[in-house]
Design a protein around this ligand. Structure first.
Ligand SMILES: [Zn+2]
Length: 68
């Protein structure tokens, strides 16, 4: 019987046979730090009240726009 060891990225859950590849995957993920802007639609267009877009400042300093 052969024991098989796998390593999972703590951020995205992807499994790797090599621990260095799992560490590399974890380090590659940028984390959200702060919401900089929110854009809303009027209630006549969207009754949910949630933002249509948000701009997030990430751990590497870049500003990324997310839409729903
Ligand atoms: Zn990952």
């Amino acid at each position: 019987m052969k024991k098989i060891t796998r390593f999972a990225c703590e951020i995205c859950g992807t499994e790797f046979a090599d621990s260095d590849k799992a560490k590399h995957c974890e380090k590659s993920h940028k984390k959200p730090k702060e919401i900089l802007h929110c854009r809303y639609n009027p209630v006549g267009v969207d009754t949910s009240g949630y933002p249509q877009t948000i701009t997030v400042k990430m751990s590497d300093g870049k500003e990324i726009l997310y839409k729903r």
